[in-house]
Design a protein around this ligand. Sequence first.
Ligand SMILES: Cc1cc2nc3c(=O)[nH]c(=O)nc-3n(C[C@H](O)[C@H](O)[C@H](O)COP(=O)(O)OP(=O)(O)OC[C@H]3O[C@@H](n4cnc5c(N)ncnc54)[C@H](O)[C@@H]3O)c2cc1C
Ligand code: SF4
Length: 565
Amino acid sequence: MVNLFRRSDPADVVIVGSGAGGGMAAYALTRAGLNVTLLEAGGPWDNTTDSAMLTWPYESPRRGKSTPERPFGEFDACIGGWDIAGEPYTRAPGTEFSWWRARMVGGRTNHWGRISLRFGPYDFRRKSLDGLGDDWPITYADVAPYYDKIDRLIGIFGSNENLPNEPNGVFLPPPKPRCYELLVKDAADRLHVTCIPSRLSILTRPLNGRAACHYCGQCNRGCKVNANFTATNVLLAPARATGKLTLLTNAMAREVTVDRAGRATGVAYVDKTTGTDQHVRARVVVLAASALETSRLLLNSKSTLFPNGLANASGTVGKYITDTTGTDVAGFIPKMMDHVPHNHDGVGGMHLYMPWWVDNNTLDFPRGYHIEVWGGAGMPGYGFIGGIQRYPSGGGYGKDLKNDYRRYYGATIGFSGRGEMIPNDDTYCEIDPRTVDRWGIPVLRFHWKWADHEYKQVKHMQETFRALIAQLGGEVFSPMPTAEQGYGIAAGGTIIHELGGTRMGDDPKTSVLDRWSRAHDCKNLFVTDGGPFVSQADKNPTWTILALSLRTSEYIADQAKQGGL
Ligand SMILES: Cc1cc2nc3c(=O)[nH]c(=O)nc-3n(C[C@H](O)[C@H](O)[C@H](O)COP(=O)(O)OP(=O)(O)OC[C@H]3O[C@@H](n4cnc5c(N)ncnc54)[C@H](O)[C@@H]3O)c2cc1C
Ligand code: SF4
């Protein structure tokens, strides 16, 4: 274990996890003057020195091919994966679920897509609108000021479109669409699919001492000039500068400890470098280990007072978990073949996207999805134009094959649907009574089931993407998946937007946290990752994790000043 910064004992606050939720809490609490100890299960990282942003594929014999620690490629900034040695999880029979976990300072924000969408007013009150799931105990108006603050602090580009459920923001100017994106926009307009500039937390203008993006397109490798958002360099670096932060890396939290009055006293953790058990004392505990790991920590925090786990009097810890629904379709677009070389540069992500545009009264499923767009000529690396035999006349050997690679390079466009799953009683996690990790900590077992709502939604995605590719004059690479194939729905967890497990609510019988993400059963315990979410929405979740974490952290700081903790 490395103590990177300073330490005070007991800390005012101990935070578990340094990703989006933990990083924001550390930023806000240290700047409010509180002494914070941050426990992070992974090792240190600094984009300015550790990023492979400017590495050419030929500089490595692997050409960027993935490694066990970096499943998304050798140059990817995030250390972690679907399977981490010594840290298993299990699945109930019949469950298809995969759990992506980061193990490093900054968590998954080191390589996330930076698609930064606010939830809209409808997303907080879906039950009132269609009778399914539950309403949040808070509204868009409660969160809007925090979205505004993080827009200004972190920086996001986009455009104000005045759409009913895609709120405006404090946006930097968006980059112009690339050539292939103009074709997509044209096809979308003809099909009456709303297509607008994307909203990504990447700087198109300098902000708060950070440089603007120079359009190298390598965001997933970490940005050496910090033009995109990571918790590491945008939140933890200023937190460190306050002198109030103690960052303990390679510190794997085991459980939250409590006193006889039922108050949290700190966190027991394993120092991974020595394998020894340690404890950090604190007046307030904030869990931000990622939604499902936070459920695990609470379920493992058993005591005489809390025999079913801490904050679990309702029995709902680990329940109401969701992931985004998803499916992809790609096609070959002949008019992009043999093109005049032109500039495809841009940010490391899409410049356009399609928010949900259909009136559900005309459909046979509730809720919706947004569409992410990809394609064009990115930097070639390992796996480049894999499956060339799917292009007309593609494949073969030698010179012809090389020529085909040149002709077809950049002539693919793909669409990914990202939609809303509604929590259901068959989808939850619990402690597996028979399996422990390498430190003897009991692991999670997952149960996962999609409902008809999600299958029908994904069928609509498939049909829409095929219609878009037809409008582009293209040829789809894969046949329409059948009902038996679930219309191509991605397995639970694989979109990596897991939420819930410690949802908020006004009723302690049906929720774990109150409207400030404070445990109903333990007044000095808070959660600031994706755990408190009541519903998934058709938006990627991280902008809302950040906004809620800031809201909760400011509440903690206020309560601490008033002696309410
Ligand atoms: C490839 C990819 C692309 C994505 N793209 C987007 C996107 O475009 N938009 C979007 O909104 N979201 C996206 N996401 C999801 C996004 O990354 C997560 O929603 C977000 O990072 C969650 O923040 P978090 O703080 O809850 O968890 P994390 O960022 O995962 O951080 C949790 C931290 O806690 C640490 N930890 C875990 N357990 C323990 C323990 N027991 N003790 C101590 N520390 C622990 C972990 O090591 C980790 O560092 C993407 C994710 C991936 C992987
Ligand atoms: S595209 Fe922009 S933000 Fe992304 S790594 Fe390159 S310079 Fe940084």
